[in-house]
Design a protein around this ligand. Structure first.
Ligand code: GGG
Length: 351
């Protein structure tokens, strides 16, 4: 029996509602396939924890997490209790940085039973590689003075190491897919970091002569995600651009409630972290209508990452059978509660 130790952080809002239900699904899959067991250890680190302790996680929280194989996270943020930049930098971004989860991989794919909101209904299936360790998400900067003399400086940080690493990750993925990489740039307006980004993209591309390349300015690329999503194979983007593009990706898939993500540690020293793209959705907390598919698809990414592709495919089939059947939460135009979606997925897994 292979026993896997997984740290679980439900976090805030709908994360606390969805995550426990999806653990039941993972356990059912493990029971059915045999030979594998997931040992889940839950950590109630959240905005409520912050109110009680003055920090989003304990001082030794990162060391604790580092002893696990993977981290499975729900959602972070409750702006009514804690400013978003404090909750994100105190938990989510802290884990990404300290566990060296340098790539954020986000699939954008049409799924069965979820009609596209786009006029162009061609199916699409691509991956966004978001650089996850630096870029526009930086703590370099500061502020001086107050009132009309106030000055705020927020620096973006682009290193050759991290930029090249994200590009190579994207090209390696493309080699296993349809051999096309699109780079998200803005080198016409951002005069230092983005021409550098383009230069590294062109250099790395030379090592992959079989892969077709293109660079699009982020504004045009955002429009192309909507106008011709079937065009893309792998898209590589900086931290902020990747974050924004994948919300558009989630929207064209049908709802941000179904979009998955993986924060990947590449050096094998620390765990990777699996979290859906969506946040804590305070507006629907307690209504029982949160969509569990983003979290479950994220669980599939974790299973694939751990080498359990068979379990991951089994889970994804059950998800798509459920959406095809029309058992969908309101964000997808259905009337099902989260519990009904989970129940149907469980039923289909067990068949
Ligand atoms: N599911 C994780 C979560 O709550 N994400 C909310 C968020 O705002 N994330 C920002 C980011 O991914 O950079």
């Amino acid at each position: 029996m292979n026993v896997h130790e997984i740290a679980v952080i439900p976090g805030d809002g709908i994360g606390k509602e969805i995550v426990p239900e999806t653990l039941k699904v993972l356990n059912r899959l493990a029971d059915l396939h045999g030979g594998v067991k997931f040992q889940f250890t839950e950590f109630q680190w959240s905005c409520e924890y912050y109110l009680e302790h003055g920090e989003m996680m304990p001082k030794d929280g990162i060391d604790t997490l580092k002893s696990f194989e993977q981290i499975y996270l729900g959602a972070v943020g409750n702006p009514q209790l804690v400013p978003d930049h404090i909750s994100l930098w105190g938990l989510l971004i802290k884990i990404r940085r300290e566990c060296e989860q340098v790539i954020n991989l986000r699939p954008v794919k049409s799924i069965k039973g979820v009609p596209s909101k786009l006029a162009n209904e061609k199916p699409f299936d691509f991956l966004v590689v978001r650089e996850n360790s630096e870029g526009e998400y930086s703590e370099v900067g500061g502020s001086v003075h107050h009132g009309e003399d106030e000055i705020v400086i927020q620096n973006a940080v682009f290193t050759r190491k991290a930029t090249e690493r994200a590009m190579r990750f994207a090209f390696d993925l493309a080699m296993k897919r349809n051999r096309k990489v699109t780079s998200a740039t803005k080198s016409n307006g951002i005069v230092y970091s983005m021409p550098f980004w383009d230069k590294v993209f062109n250099e790395v591309g030379k090592d992959y002569p079989e892969v077709a390349t293109e660079s699009n300015h982020i504004d045009a690329l955002a429009a192309f995600f909507i106008m011709k999503p079937e065009h893309f194979d792998v898209v590589v983007a900086s931290n902020l651009f990747g974050d924004i593009l994948t919300d558009i990706g989630a929207a064209i898939m049908g709802s941000i409630g179904i979009a998955p993500a993986a924060n990947i540690n590449l050096n094998g020293k620390y765990p990777s972290m699996f979290e859906p793209v969506h946040g804590s959705a305070p507006d629907i907390v307690g209504k029982g209508i949160a969509n569990p598919i983003g979290q479950l698809w994220t669980a599939k990414m974790m299973l694939d990452h751990m080498g359990y592709d068979e379990l991951g495919d089994h889970l994804m089939r059950a998800i798509e059978e459920t959406t095809e059947l029309g058992v969908k939460t309101p964000d997808l135009g259905g009337s099902a509660k989260m519990s009904e979606v989970i129940e149907e997925i469980m039923k289909r897994i067990s068949r």
